[in-house]
Design a protein around this ligand. Structure first.
Ligand SMILES: NC(=O)C1=CN([C@@H]2O[C@H](COP(=O)(O)OP(=O)(O)OC[C@H]3O[C@@H](n4cnc5c(N)ncnc54)[C@H](O)[C@@H]3O)[C@@H](O)[C@H]2O)C=CC1
Ligand SMILES: O=C(CO)COP(=O)(O)O
Length: 351
C-alpha cells in the first residue's frame, strides 16, 4: 500500500471538477493508484450549505459543474494542508491568480516524493520577467512539475465528447504516469517533451480568445475570426520564440496549440464575455460576474502580464494584437481598433 500513488486535485472549479470525473474513474482501474482522491475545495456557502459537504453527500459540484455527477471516491477537503498531506501526485487547477496563496499555505506540508502537474492556463509577471505557473509552483514547493493543456472546454469534457490534450513534461517516465491518470475513452493525451511551449500556448491563447470575442461582437464574420486565429497563432509563436528560444514546431500542432486556439475562440468563456462586452455597455468585470457566476476569466489578466513584459522591452508595436487586447481591456481603447491591430499584425506575420 505504501507505494501507491495518492492523488490530490488542488482546485474544484469548472475544469477541476470536470477532470475529477476522469481521475476518479481512472484510479480505480490501475493498481498503482490509491482509490480515493482528495479534491481541495475553496469553501463557500451555496444555498446555506457548505460546498464541500454538498460535494461529499450529493457527489456533484452544484456551483461550478452543475448537473454532472462526480465519482463517489472524490473526497472534497476544504483544508488545503489536509488535502495534500498524504498525496504525491498533485494536480493544480485553480485560476492562476490564486496559485501563490495556495502554494504558500502548503509549503513544507508535502510528501518528499510529491510531484505535480499544472492544468492552469496563465503566467505570472510580478518582478521576475514572465514566470510560467509550473515554474512558480516548482520554485515555491520544490517539486518537479509537468503540465497538461489542450482543447478542453470543461463542460464538453464532462459531457464525455471526444477530445485530446497534451502532457508537457521533461521526463517521459513521469509523463507516462500522468498519461495513465488522465486517460478515458473520450479523453486522449499525448506526451510532448517540450513543456515550456505546451504551457505558453495554453496561456497565450486566452489573449487571442478575447480578441476573437471582440471581433465576433463587432462583425460576426467567420472569415475575420479565422484571420484572427491565424494572426494570433503567429503572434503566439513569435512571442514564444523571441522570449523562450526555439520551440518544437510540432508542438503547435498538438491539442495545446492550434486545437485549443480554435476551441477557445469559438466557445470559451474569454470569447463569450469579450463578445458581450462589445454591445453591452458593461465592463469586463461586470460581465465576468454576471455571465460566469463565480468562474474566472484568464485572458485580460494574461494580456496585462504579457504587456508588462513587452513594455519593458519596448516591443509593444511588434505584437499589435496582444497590445490591442491589453489596451481595450484596461485603457478604454475603442474596441473597433482590434481590426486595425489585425491589419498591422498581417504586416508582422512572418515566422
Ligand atoms: N473551465 C475550462 O473549460 C478550462 C479551464 N482551464 C484552466 O484551468 C484553470 C482553473 O479554471 P477553472 O477550474 O475553470 O476555475 P473557475 O474559473 O471555475 O474558478 C473558480 C474556482 O476558483 C476558486 N476560488 C475562488 N476564490 C479563490 C481563492 N481565493 N483561493 C483559491 N481558490 C479560489 C473557486 O472556489 C472555484 O473552485 C484556469 O487557469 C483555466 O484557464 C483549462 C482548460 C479548460
Ligand atoms: O482553456 C479552455 C479550453 O481549452 C477554456 O477557455 P476559457 O477559459 O476561455 O473558457
Amino acid at each position: 500500500m505504501a507505494n501507491l500513488y495518492k492523488v490530490c486535485i488542488v482546485g474544484s472549479g469548472n475544469w477541476g471538477s470536470a477532470i475529477a470525473r476522469i481521475v476518479g474513474s481512472t484510479v480505480t482501474k490501475f493498481d498503482k493508484f490509491d482509490n480515493s482522491v482528495n479534491m481541495y475545495v475553496y469553501e463557500e456557502m451555496v444555498d446555506g450549505r457548505k460546498l464541500s459537504e454538498i460535494i461529499n453527500t450529493e457527489h456533484e459540484n452544484v456551483k461550478y459543474l452543475p448537473g454532472r455527477k462526480l465519482p463517489e471516491n472524490i473526497v472534497a477537503v476544504p483544508d488545503i494542508k489536509e488535502a495534500v498531506r498524504n498525496s504525491n501526485l498533485l494536480i493544480f487547477v485553480v485560476p492562476h491568480q490564486f496559485v501563490d496563496g495556495i502554494c504558500n499555505q502548503i509549503k513544507g506540508s508535502l510528501r518528499s516524493d510529491a510531484c505535480g502537474i499544472s492544468l492552469i492556463k496563465g503566467f505570472d509577471c510580478r518582478g521576475r520577467g514572465i514566470e510560467l505557473i509550473s515554474s512558480a509552483i516548482s520554485r515555491l514547493l520544490n517539486i518537479e512539475m509537468s503540465v497538461l493543456m489542450g482543447a478542453n472546454i470543461a463542460m464538453e469534457v464532462a459531457d464525455e465528447s471526444f477530445c485530446e490534450a497534451t502532457i508537457g513534461c521533461k521526463d517521459r517516465k513521469i509523463g507516462t504516469v500522468w498519461k495513465e491518470l488522465f486517460t478515458a475513452s473520450y479523453f486522449r493525451t499525448s506526451i510532448v517533451l517540450d513543456p515550456q511551449t505546451v504551457e505558453l500556448c495554453g496561456a497565450l491563447k486566452n489573449i487571442i480568445a478575447v480578441a476573437s470575442g471582440f471581433v465576433m461582437g463587432l462583425c460576426h464574420s467567420d472569415n475575420t475570426r479565422a484571420a484572427m486565429i491565424r494572426l494570433g497563432l503567429i503572434e503566439m509563436i513569435r512571442f514564444i520564440t523571441e522570449f523562450y528560444g526555439e520551440a518544437r514546431l510540432e508542438t503547435y500542432f498538438e491539442s495545446c496549440g492550434i486545437a485549443d486556439l480554435i476551441t477557445t475562440c469559438s466557445m470559451g468563456r474569454n470569447q463569450r464575455v469579450a463578445e458581450a462586452f462589445v454591445s453591452s455597455g458593461k465592463t469586463l468585470a461586470e460581465l465576468e460576474k454576471e455571465m460566469l457566476k463565480g468562474q474566472y476569466l484568464q485572458g485580460p489578466l494574461t494580456a496585462m502580464e504579457a504587456n508588462k513584459f513587452l513594455q519593458e522591452k519596448n516591443l509593444e508595436k511588434d505584437f499589435p494584437i496582444f497590445t490591442a487586447v491589453y489596451e481595450i481591456c484596461y485603457h478604454n481603447r475603442p474596441v473597433k481598433t482590434i481590426i486595425d491591430a489585425m491589419r498591422e499584425a498581417s504586416t508582422h506575420a512572418k515566422l
